[in-house]
Design a protein around this ligand. Structure first.
Ligand code: KG4
Ligand code: ZN
Length: 503
């Protein structure tokens, strides 16, 4: 277990850095002035590691703008910390920064007699390319020059990424090249779930297992590729159903190990937001995102797709799609309920029955301004139908369906618009299967126009759960120079939106 934390160095670290410099390098130590200059220079990037309050390591990189070579200037680890992986963590930090600065290769020098360090650098992909005789004096020791070349051809703007999505009941495999969609194949276990009127986690997990290989093959065929043409693999590791997620993660890890391709574990909800890139080439930010499906109902403030996503609110009970599914069942309609209710509502009067709008009372708008609740609405519909049945009334199903739908859609759109206005964000992006709802689209269009908010609704096959959105998020991480995930990540049912990538 690592107990240290790494951050960028500041001028105030100078004194402690110098103490460690003395401790590690004694007679070869840099002067305080030299170190001061290094820490502050524009062409350098220094990081420090702390364990508790104590500075236990530092490392620095130099990269002159316009030159695509970078140099590791120094790396120091406190003797008490050696053998605990800190050197590697510091190096990974510098390598990631060098990639961000678009370096194509990175150099370092190491004592010819320091085999521990050489092993570390070899492990990170450095090769020994030159020797400087008797470079270290007065010990009279040679220096090895080592170099790491970044794979710019395959890992970069044009990376081909395969995305795997299994967080709910859709098995999705998508393939993108950079911002371009190459394949998007979805296999849904909805028909199997229909018997139960909702998603049964065990059935979903088993269906993913059966669908995984055929869906993958179909996606590769659609992109006209073999698995060897893929540069990286991305997979949803949360939030979602634990067992379902594990099937996708297992498949992705197996592919990564078999092909040697890097793997990226990514956040499902952030994937719904990033999918817009496939249609527009960029994600315009800041944006509010309203994500509504059978599994989630979330309102996000996205200032930056990879670095700054904030959860403003979410449902405190049922998801919006789940409410459609449950009410459909009450009205003896089929599963999935959304489209059935849309059909049943045709010709109905949305004002016929005033169903409750969850969490919209003034007191709720203080504490739960951006949260949703649909279970009260579902109960209200059940009561209403019960009473009508008891009275033997021949009620108009279209009116009930239209009034229920109006209640859901009104709350969703009102809260999304409030989020835009409160945060001064002139954009709203929609995602999730419920976006198929005709009335939701209509009302969102109307109210956005009235408030000067730009509305973005991706094509429906990109709105519902799919692998292309996961591949897209993976591609964005690669373009940003992010390191792949290790193979240690697991399924995280309640992964927060702030965690775009899991390590
Ligand atoms: O995003 P999605 O395909 O993934 C899961 O959550 O699995 O969303 C499916 C959900 C279901 O609950 C379904 O009833 C709902 O989206 N849905 C709709 C409509 N079409 C699908 N809800 C309201 N109106 C629709 N037209
Ligand atoms: Zn989803």
């Amino acid at each position: 277990m690592s107990t240290f934390s790494i951050r960028e160095a500041a001028e105030t670290d100078l004194q402690h850095v110098m103490q460690l410099e003395q401790e590690c390098f004694a007679k070869d130590a840099w002067s305080r002035d030299n170190m001061h200059f290094e820490l502050l220079a524009h062409h350098t990037y220094y990081v420090v590691a702390h364990e508790g309050e104590q500075l236990v390591g530092f490392a620095g990189l130099s990269k002159v703008p316009g030159n695509d070579q970078a140099d590791i200037q120094t790396i120091a680890v406190s003797p008490s910390m050696r053998g605990r992986g800190l050197g590697k963590e510091l190096m990974l930090e510098l390598l990631s920064q060098a990639r961000k600065l678009h370096a194509s290769e990175i150099f370092l020098e190491v004592r010819a007699d320091n085999q521990v360090a050489q092993n570390l650098y070899h492990g990170l992909g450095f090769e020994h390319i030159d020797t400087r005789a008797r470079y270290y004096q007065p010990d009279d020791v040679d220096a090895w020059v080592m170099r790491l070349k970044f794979a710019t051809s395959s890992i970069g703007r044009e990376s081909v990424v395969l995305g795997i999505e299994t967080s709910c009941d859709e098995t999705g495999v998508g393939i993108v090249r950079g911002n371009k969609l190459l394949a998007n194949v979805i296999s849904s276990s909805m028909d199997e779930q229909a018997r139960f009127g909702g998603v049964v986690p065990e059935i979903a997990a088993r269906a993913h297992l059966e669908a995984m290989k055929p869906t993958l093959d179909k996606a590769l065929a659609e992109a006209n590729m073999s698995i060897n043409d893929i540069d990286a693999i991305a997979v949803t590791n949360g939030p979602g159903l634990g067992g379902a997620l594990m099937v996708g993660i297992g498949a992705a890890k197996a592919l990564s190990v078999a092909t040697g391709k890097p793997i990226y574990a990514v956040n499902h909800l952030v994937g719904h937001v990033g999918v817009d890139i496939l249609e527009r080439g960029v994600l315009q930010t800041p944006t509010i995102a309203l994500l509504v499906s059978g599994g989630h109902t979330s309102l996000l403030l996205v200032r930056d797709l990879l670095n700054d996503v904030e959860l403003l609110g979410e449902t405190i009970d049922d998801a919006a799609g789940e409410a459609f599914d449950k009410v459909a069942r009450l009205l003896s309609l089929k599963y999935p309920g959304g489209p059935e209710i849309d059909k049943a509502a045709i010709g109905g009067d949305p004002k016929a029955i005033r169903f409750p709008r969850g969490l919209t009372l003034p007191k709720d708008m203080e504490k739960n301004r951006y949260n949703f609740s649909f279970s009260g609405l579902k109960t209200a519909v059940a009561r209403w139908v019960e009473v009508a049945d008891a009275k033997g009334e021949n009620y108009n199903k279209a009116d009930v369906a239209a009034s229920f739908r109006e209640a859901v859609v009104d709350v969703l759109v009102s809260k999304a618009i409030a989020a835009c206005l409160d945060h001064n964000v002139p954009r709203l992006l929609l995602g999730g299967g419920v976006i198929a709802n005709a009335r939701l689209r209509e009302l969102a269009t109307e109210r956005c126009a009235a408030n000067g908010i730009e509305l973005r609704i991706p094509a429906l096959h990109l709105c519902t759960d799919n692998g292309a959105m996961i591949a897209t998020l993976g591609a964005q991480l690669i373009m940003d120079g992010r390191e792949p995930s290790s193979l240690n990540f697991g399924a995280e049912s309640t992964l927060p939106v702030t965690q775009v990538q899991s390590r």
